[in-house]
Unconditional design. Structure first.
Length: 365
């Protein structure tokens, strides 16, 4: 089967789609697919055992979008199915093959937040009377997704949300993000020394976007006192966040995936302060590496993290509560040991074999 994977980011980019797309490509090739990839990049992607086509991010946005659509049209003409993990609008209207979409969030909400059209919560956004531009974004989102043959969401939370947009429920199913196959990792102490950390350490890896609410994490870390917070990744807010960060925060910039896994495994806990999440890949990666999580109770996070079992959960947008959870974590040796001992086993249900077998069946259907 000839499968075209469309993804907006690709290694060395950091973030869930940049991890999922190459893992899916390798897994589908192992199941007999002839895989090709289309992505955007700042420079040519590293060679793979399959073609990785790319559109330069140096192009102005409008030209870049047209270039992606043209590439989708040309490459999909030789494909049996298109699997879009992002750039869904361009894929939906340009694809000449059946389309399967991985829905990682509400694109209308994310665009409205980026453009300053809406500043509220995701749940309120769905019915908010926020003006004509927001109504048009919601309409475009729904019309786009209706063009897909199948839609896959990583969480039950997001599946229910997608169905609420007027998408036929029979076309929407849950396919969680897989726990990653872990390479041999160096000892935690060795990684911590290489990072210059001696003492309590929290880590974050991902795209530096408004949804991550990292400024909340910065406040919480400073309130907790005595904790180093290492931030790996890049994104639209990086320069602003670097200006706002306190002395306990260090930015590592974008790291290749092996180094990200080393960082997650070396941390005492992964800290996620998001105001909105779907099914954050970084949490599955962290837990698979044996690292517990301190996170906000948003979106699909509670489908990964069970409070008091493999991590601690607090309500979103509450820096004091997040700081209290950090202090509790580092102040209770027994709790910290319990959460760490439960971490890896808690994500065994997200085995790559089961997840990619289901993806294979969906693409062939």
């Amino acid at each position: 089967m000839r499968t075209l994977i469309v993804t907006g980011i690709w290694p060395p980019d950091v973030g869930g789609p940049a991890s999922h797309a190459p893992e899916a490509a390798a897994a589908l090739r192992a199941r007999g697919h002839e895989v090709a990839v289309l992505t955007t990049a700042s420079s040519p992607p590293a060679p793979e055992p399959y073609p990785v086509h790319w559109v330069s991010r140096r192009l102005p946005p409008g030209l870049r979008h047209l270039a992606v659509a043209a590439r989708v049209a040309r490459l999909s003409a030789r494909a049996d199915v298109v699997y879009a993990t992002s750039m869904v609008g361009r894929s939906a209207f340009a694809s000449r093959a059946p389309l399967v979409v991985k829905v990682a969030g509400d694109p209308a909400f994310e665009r409205a937040r980026r453009r300053g059209l809406y500043g509220g919560l995701l749940a309120d956004f769905q019915t908010a009377d926020a003006g004509v531009p927001v109504r048009l974004l919601r309409l475009w989102r729904t019309l786009t997704l209706r063009r897909a043959r199948r839609l896959l969401t990583p969480s039950v939370f997001l599946r229910d949300l997608v169905v609420s947009w007027g998408i036929d429920a029979s076309r929407v199913s849950v396919l969680p993000n897989p726990a990653p196959p872990l390479p041999a990792l160096p000892p935690r102490d060795e990684v911590r020394r290489s990072l210059g950390v001696d003492g309590p350490m929290l880590a974050f890896a991902g795209r530096l976007t408004p949804a991550k609410a990292l400024e909340l994490a910065f406040v919480a870390v400073e309130l907790a006192d005595g904790v180093t917070f290492l931030v790996a990744g890049d994104g639209e807010l990086r320069a602003e966040l670097e200006r706002r960060a306190g002395p306990s925060v260090r930015f590592l910039g974008p790291l290749e995936r092996g180094r990200v896994l080393e960082l997650l495994a070396a941390a005492d806990a992964v800290l996620l302060s998001s105001s909105w999440e779907n099914f954050p890949h970084v949490l599955v990666e962290a837990l698979a590496a044996g690292t517990p999580v301190i996170a906000t109770r948003v979106g699909g996070v509670p489908e990964i993290v069970e409070d008091g079992v493999n991590g601690l959960l607090v309500e979103p947008n509450d820096a004091a509560a997040l700081a209290a959870a950090i202090r509790r974590f580092f102040g209770d040796d027994e709790l910290r040991a319990l959460l760490r001992s439960n971490a890896a086993s808690s994500v065994e249900r997200f085995s790559p074999a089961a997840v990619f077998d289901e993806l294979d069946r969906t693409l062939r259907a």
